[in-house]
Design a binder for this molecule. Structure first.
Ligand code: PMP
Length: 395
C-alpha cells in the first residue's frame, strides 16, 4: 500500500511541470539593497522592506537595548502572562501615528486579519470582499462563517448593486478591501467605498499592509492619503513591510480595540510580538515621525524605475504605488525571466498562479528607499538585456 501522503509527490511534480513551483532562495546577508544569495551578490528587488529599515542601525540598536533590558520573548499570550510595557507603548504610538483612538498589535498582518474578521461578523452576517483581496482577508472571511460576496476588483458600482441585492437579508454588513493591492500596486477607491458604507450602514475595513510607510503624510497610510480619518472603521496593518520588523496591527476606535482584546483569537491564543520586534518598530515610528526623507526617496526611486521600464516598452500594469509588476503572461516565461535576471545579478521573483490569475504571471519589482540611482540603472540594464533575449522587448 502506498503511503497516505504519497499523492504529494505527484502534486509537486505537476507544479514543477506547469512552471508553478516556487523555489525559495537562501539569503546569507542582511535584507538590504544588495544581498548575498547562494554565494552570489545580487540586487534585491523582492522584499517589502520599502524604506530599508529591516537592517537600519537605529532599529538594530533599539532591539539590542530592549533585549538587554527585557530579554527576547513575551512569555506567553498577553491575557495569560500579562502585557509588557513595550507592547502598550507601541500600541499607543501606532494609534497616534495613524491618528486613531486606539491600536492593538498581533504577531503578523496575517494574524491581524484572522483575528479581526471573525470577531466582527458571524453566521448571520455578510461580507463584501474585493475579488483580489489578500489571502489573509479571504481566510479571515472564511473563518467567520459569514456569507461572502466577492465583488469585481475596485468596481464600486457593481458593489453597490450587490449590497442592494444581498444586504437587507443579514444582520451586519462588512466591506473589506486591501488598501494597496499587493500584486498590482493599484489603490482601492476608499472614498467611494466609504460613501457606500455610510449609505448602506456597512462596517468598512481596509488592510493597509502596503500603504503604511508608503502613502499619506510621512507614510501614515491610506486613510491619511485620502483624509478619511474617523470614517474608516477598521484599519489593519503590518509591521513586516515598511516598518522593517514582524508584527501586525489593528487601528480604530477604543471600542473596537477593546473588543479584539476579548474576542480576537490570535490575540487570545497566540503569544505576543517579540521584544526586539516591538522595540525596533518603536524606532521605526521615531524615524518616520522625524523626517519624510525615506518615504520621499522611495517614491523618487519608484517613479524613476517605472518610467524607465515603460520607456523600454515593458508593461507595468496599473500600479499607482512603488509596487511595479512587469507583466509577462505565462508562468514559465516569468520563471525563465527571473532565472536569467538572477544570472545578471538581479533578484526579482516570478509570481504566478494562484497568487495572481492564470495567464497574468509577472515579475514583481519592489524598488526601495535603500536603492541608489546606480542600483536602479543596473537593474534596468539587466531587464533590457533579458527582455530582448527572451523576446519580451521586440523593437
Ligand atoms: N495583508 C496584505 C495585503 C499583505 O500583502 C500581507 C503580506 N503579504 C499581509 C496582510 C500579511 O502580513 P504579514 O507578513 O505581516 O503576515
Amino acid at each position: 500500500m502506498s503511503h497516505p501522503l504519497s499523492w504529494i509527490d505527484e502534486e509537486l511534480a505537476a507544479l514543477k511541470e506547469a512552471g508553478l513551483y516556487t523555489y525559495i532562495r537562501t539569503i546569507e546577508s542582511p535584507q538590504g539593497a544588495w544581498l548575498t544569495v547562494d554565494g552570489k551578490r545580487v540586487l534585491n528587488f523582492c522584499s517589502n522592506n520599502y524604506l530599508g529599515l529591516a537592517n537600519h542601525p537605529r532599529l538594530v540598536e533599539a532591539a539590542r537595548k530592549a533585549m538587554e533590558q527585557y530579554g527576547v520573548g513575551p512569555g506567553a499570550v498577553r491575557t495569560i502572562a500579562g502585557t509588557m510595557t513595550l507592547h502598550v507603548e507601541l500600541e499607543r504610538r501606532l494609534a497616534e501615528f495613524k491618528g486613531v483612538e486606539a491600536a492593538i498589535t498581533f504577531q503578523s498582518g496575517f494574524a491581524a486579519n484572522l483575528a479581526t474578521i471573525p470577531a466582527i461578523v458571524g453566521r448571520e452576517d455578510v461580507i463584501f470582499s474585493d475579488q483580489l483581496n489578500h489571502a489573509s482577508i479571504i481566510d479571515g472571511c472564511r473563518l467567520s462563517r459569514a456569507t461572502i460576496v466577492a465583488y469585481p476588483h475596485n468596481d464600486v458600482d457593481a458593489l453597490e448593486d450587490l449590497i442592494k441585492e444581498h444586504g437587507s437579508k443579514y444582520r451586519r454588513k462588512l466591506i473589506v478591501t486591501d488598501g494597496v493591492f499587493s500584486m498590482d500596486g493599484d489603490i482601492a477607491p476608499l472614498p467611494r467605498l466609504a460613501e457606500l458604507a455610510k449609505r448602506y450602514g456597512c462596517i468598512l475595513m481596509v488592510d493597509d499592509a502596503h500603504g503604511e510607510g508608503v502613502l499619506g503624510r510621512g507614510g501614515r497610510g491610506i486613510v491619511d492619503h485620502f483624509d478619511l480619518h474617523g470614517v474608516v472603521d477598521i484599519e489593519v496593518g503590518t509591521m513586516s513591510k515598511a516598518f522593517g520588523v514582524m508584527g501586525g496591527v489593528v487601528a480604530g476606535s477604543r471600542r473596537l480595540v477593546e473588543w479584539l482584546r476579548q474576542r480576537g483569537r490570535p490575540f487570545l491564543f497566540s503569544s505576543a510580538m517579540t521584544v526586539p520586534d516591538v522595540a525596533a518598530c518603536l524606532a521605526a515610528i521615531d524615524l518616520l515621525e522625524e523626517s519624510t526623507e525615506l518615504v520621499d526617496r522611495l517614491w523618487d526611486n519608484a517613479r524613476y524605475f517605472k518610467a524607465k521600464m515603460q520607456e523600454l516598452g515593458f508593461d507595468t500594469g496599473q500600479s499607482e504605488t512603488p509596487i511595479t509588476p512587469i507583466m509577462l503572461g505565462e508562468a514559465p516565461l516569468a520563471q525563465e525571466f527571473s532565472r536569467r535576471l538572477f544570472e545578471e545579478g538581479v533578484f526579482a521573483m516570478a509570481i504566478g498562479y494562484p497568487t495572481v490569475p492564470k495567464g497574468a504571471a509577472r515579475i514583481r519589482v519592489m524598488p526601495s528607499a535603500a536603492h541608489t540611482r546606480e542600483d536602479l540603472d543596473f537593474a534596468i540594464r539587466a531587464f533590457e538585456k533579458v527582455g530582448r533575449e527572451l523576446g519580451v522587448l521586440v523593437a
